[in-house]
Design a protein around this ligand. Sequence first.
Ligand code: MEV
Length: 420
Amino acid sequence: MAQTPFYRLPYGARRDLLAQESHLTIQQLAKIAARQRTADADLIENYLTTYGLPEGVAVHLRVNGKTMAVPMVTEEPSVIAAASNGGRLLTSEQGITTTVERREVMGQIVLSHVPDRTGVKAWLTAHQDEILKVANAVHPSLLGHGGGARSLRIRCIPPHWMSLDLFIDVGEAMGANLVNTICEAVANYLKEHLTVNVLMSILSNYATHSLVTADVAVPVDQLATKTIDGRTVAQRICDASDFAEHDPYRAVTHNKGIMNGVDAVVLAMGNDWRAVESGAHAYASRHGSYQSLSHWWLKDDELHGELTLPLALGFVGGATRVFPLVVINQQIAQITSARELMGVTAAVGLAQNLAALRALVTEGIQHGHMQLQLKSLALSVGATPGEVPAVVGRLRGVTQPTTAQAKAALLAVREVNLKK
Ligand code: MEV
């Protein structure tokens, strides 16, 4: 008899099968059960359980003259502390200023093996208005909300492809489904009127028409540490910024630090962080080599910083509807639109970057991270929140403590507690 495919099995049968094949213990199954959320079961295929990540709030962040608390979801111990530290350094009247010039999502209709690219290009150019009309007929409600297909671009890509790029204002939505449906409708229109081979129709995550820029100026004195004056710190930050523009090995790590903040906000706000990641790194390579996304320079007595990112974030629809925490997070951050969300996300990225660079060029990154790393090491060996401070206390004197040393510290703490 044919076996029922895994995805067709009822939840319990799937879980039991996995338990049997993977030799899961009763305790492990209890952990899976404890995290199960009925609402998530229909969201993905072969649902097993819900994998939770910690959410915290970055404070002291001043963006466009408004001080805000920004929810962030991350597993990395130092990220939220760094965002808040960076924010604390950037508290001029306006704080970080953000600009979003336009917010359009691009869709591509890709034509392949086009024998007469000049002829097809001429036809597409002559029928631009008609194509935009077809696109806008797909979702008339989008036009009603002030959105819609705005323009198009035709690119010939050697040796034999063409890309018809549609730029669509998707309002407050993330817009992936919307753009894909519009592109498919335009593809059908092309197939009806031209003899072309449509290879695919899909949005592009390289969101060059949804760029956001975060700018800031900070008096150099604010950057001083206990042992280094502010101007020297600022000069060293500029040097680090220049280096990341010249060395891709450093640029990747520099940008990873920025994405620590960006991804954590994107996740908290229910957006697609894979889209943001791939777009950001393509943008970092736009000059032909991979470079830093941010730039820092000295002018008079101020350190200036700028970060530009492609960030086509949505404020409504998609996962924002599915996860109740998203609406709460939007409320905590007092964000009321997609453009505002784009600005705040870039601002967090810039603050995160400043905090990392300042630590790197002064006392080194490990110093500030140590306390948080010890905490997460203690938790990883099974310390309860009540035991963590004592375990951390025992590990503090150890250089690069290992898991075995953390386990030993936990045992010692438990012995002491038993005797109390
Ligand atoms: C660690 O997650 C991020 C940093 O490596 C970023 C950087 O080096 O700029 C500290």
